[in-house]
Design a protein. Structure first.
Length: 429
């Protein structure tokens, strides 16, 4: 940490503030290519750092206790504009403590073994290798690496330190035989350097790009069931996670209650068992503790379809009189009863990627258009696009069946796919 930052922290700490410092180092590079050629040349490589300081302290007014919150963002080399007492935000009082300081930290990422800049070329080489001799190529590659150090100190002098690494790849891929076609854009986010995993993901995306170059518009057939695959299942569970936060309860967006079924409705499909995780291998959202100094740990949110707990911050736990859990970002879903063999036994649609997905959180109504989907009929597979679906989150989650097979995507681990009735399909207008 820079000497200027140390002096600021010492000054704030002497004033008995609770504080969180975040020092971030970012390295990024872009590899463009001419149409029809593999990307190969390094256009730019940028490395920069930023610093953020958030502070709290208790103040007493005639009407009672309050919290003052102040924040500062800038470059570590220039903190001259920071003033400890400048424009604090006054907040209603709630307790801010480290309840049980942890004695150990998570294992460091493999990215910790060398400087961020030294990972750029190894990553780019993996991307190139994944496309060698294949029917697809990478049109453009944008690589971003970040190292984040967070230090939390409370008014008792207790300290927590956390180090995290995040890699983001923004890629354009297209078939070699159709260099003038519209490239497929996708992003990969992870926290471990795993060449085989990365290569496998690139190859899967490339093979899909080749298949869907010949995709046809959806003809409006209405099969009995629809499948959602991979990260789409994780995205759906993330929507349920939002319903299970103290903030959603406090604002009225959620009416869930501990001890009652999700949506207070008996499920027609598989029952859901959903857990919040402190950490998850290769997750881009790993954190040892939250921004208020609470160590994150594993706990159950939903068990057998029944709500067991909520994700609460220190303020929402205090205002709602709920147990304090912290705001975990990683989560797991227990496997269901569906097997892969059942997927092609009847006409079905399998959705791989959304073009759009819109959700009204107040009503739970959602609408979506699929960018990539497969239609199964007579044990044959046809790539299609433009599939429209419409429904409510309540119906989708209470009617879904989940696969027995398990996988992981970013901050989610659980069933590889789910099945819902075909009545979520929407007719063309």
């Amino acid at each position: 940490m820079q000497e200027k930052i140390k002096k600021i922290v010492e000054k704030v700490r002497a004033d008995h503030w609770k504080l969180m410092t975040k020092t971030s180092e970012v390295c990024q590079a872009q590899f463009p290519a001419q149409p029809g050629q593999d990307s190969s040349s390094l256009l730019s490589q940028i490395s920069k750092a930023s610093f953020e300081l958030q502070t709290y302290r208790e103040v007493q007014h005639l009407q009672g206790r309050f919290l003052e919150h102040c924040s500062f963002e800038g470059e570590p080399t220039d903190t001259s504009s920071f003033s400890v007492g400048s424009s604090p935000e006054e907040m209603p009082w709630f307790p801010l403590e480290i309840h049980t300081p942890a004695v150990s930290q998570p294992t460091l990422s493999s990215f910790s073994k060398q400087n961020l800049q030294e990972w750029i070329l190894p990553l780019q080489e993996i991307l190139q290798k994944a496309c060698e001799g294949k029917k697809y190529l990478l049109q453009s590659e944008f690589i971003r690496l970040e190292r984040l150090e967070r230090i939390y100190l409370d008014s008792f002098g207790r300290e927590l330190v956390d180090l995290n690494w995040l890699a983001s790849l923004d890629l354009l891929i297209l078939p070699r035989a159709l260099p003038d076609s519209h490239p497929v854009n996708f992003e990969l986010r992870f926290s471990e350097f795993s060449p085989q995993d990365l290569q496998t993901q690139i190859q899967e995306k490339g093979e899909n790009a080749v298949r869907f170059a010949a995709a046809k518009p959806w003809d409006g057939k209405r099969p009995r069931v629809v499948y959602l695959r991979g990260h789409l299942v994780g995205d759906l569970m993330a929507m349920l996670m939002r319903r299970l936060t103290g903030l959603s309860l406090y604002t009225g967006l959620s009416q869930e209650k501990i001890g009652l079924p999700i949506f207070q409705k008996t499920p027609l499909g598989d029952t859901i068992t959903l857990g919040a995780l402190g950490s998850l291998y290769n997750s881009p959202n790993n954190a040892f503790f939250d921004d208020q100094g609470l160590t994150l740990s594993r706990h159950t949110l939903v068990e057998g379809g029944v709500v067991k707990s909520f994700l609460t911050s220190q303020e929402t736990a205090f205002y709602l009189n709920l147990p304090l859990t912290g705001l975990n970002s990683n989560f797991s879903l227990a496997p269901g009863t569906l097997s892969k063999v059942e997927m092609t036994e009847e006409p079905a649609l399998e959705i791989l990627r959304w073009r759009t997905f819109d959700l009204d959180e107040s009503s739970g109504r959602w609408s979506a258009v699929a960018e990539e989907a497969y239609y199964y009929e007579n044990k044959a597979q046809y790539p299609v696009y433009g599939v429209r679906l419409l429904g409510t989150l309540e119906d989708l989650l209470t009617k879904a069946r989940f696969s027995q097979e398990i996988g992981s995507w970013e901050n989610y681990t659980g069933p590889e796919f789910l099945q819902v009735p075909g009545d979520f399909l929407r007719e063309e207008r």
